[in-house]
Design a protein. Structure first.
Length: 249
């Protein structure tokens, strides 16, 4: 026998399965969204940190070269070599990070050219020769390296834009299961309402009206419940009971 309780139970089980499944999908998509967001932030942070270290180190080298020219020293001070070491360390980290490899390659080329220009400086240069070397060859190489580092710092904007587009897709992918779940849940709820109204509420009202009519007028109880459920059994018992009462009268 198909019971009302079983039907209602299966309806709520189906609704629960939909909600649980949607929750699992949402958690997975939220985890992916969190991971992608962290990747974007980490990439931007690393790029900025490495570029900042390289610019600081380059500035240290430039200060040492400028002091060498002004003070007419034969070669840069230890400050220059410290700057070279710090710059190369930051550049190596940027290369190992694998972020914006084309920009990193551009920095390597500009850095090699910069050091070649510095090495071309002769300790026997006159003050005028030093000034000409600094204002032409050196500054050109310095600005080229400075520009390459700044390009590396700003170039992630393209990558971040692409990643941002992916994040938007992830957001939609995260929201979509929730929307589908709401729609399915609404359908299931409407189905449950239709089932309860059709197979429970309406038959109960018919039984109630039939009993009211029987009590008020004594007319035969003639309600029919075609569905084979608990209400059908109840209705048959009422029919049997009213028939016995009528025979006893």
């Amino acid at each position: 026998m198909r019971t009302i309780r079983k039907r209602i139970s299966w309806g709520f089980i189906a609704l629960s399965c939909v909600l649980v499944g949607s929750g699992i999908i949402n958690l997975a998509e939220m985890g992916r969204l969190r991971s992608d967001t962290s990747a974007v932030i980490d990439a931007a942070t690393l790029t900025t940190d490495y570029a900042s270290d390289m610019l600081n180190a380059l500035q240290k080298q430039n200060s040492a070269v400028l002091a060498m020219v002004i003070l007419n020293e034969p070669e840069p001070t230890q400050k220059y070599h410290d700057g070279v070491y710090e710059f190369n360390s930051a550049l190596l980290k940027a290369n190992e990070a694998g972020i914006n490899t084309k920009s990193v390659g551009r920095i390597y080329e500009a850095n090699d050219n910069y050091h070649q220009i510095v090495e071309l400086h002769s300790p026997n240069n006159t003050e005028i020769a030093d000034r000409n070397w600094f204002m032409t060859s050196y500054l050109e190489a310095y600005y080229a390296l400075d520009s390459a580092v700044k390009h590396y710092m700003t170039s992630p904007s393209t990558s971040i834009s692409a990643r941002t587009a992916n994040l938007e897709q992830d957001v939609y992918r995260t929201i979509t299961p929730s929307i589908i779940t709401l729609m399915v849940a609404l359908v299931v709820v409407l189905m449950l309402y239709f089932f309860i109204d059709t197979y429970y509420l309406r038959p109960v009202k018919r039984i109630g009206k039939g009993l009211d009519n029987y009590v008020a007028t004594g007319a035969p109880y003639q309600v029919k419940i075609e569905d084979k459920s608990e209400l059908s059994t109840l209705n048959n018992n009422i029919i049997e009971l009213t028939s016995r009462i009528k025979k006893q009268q």
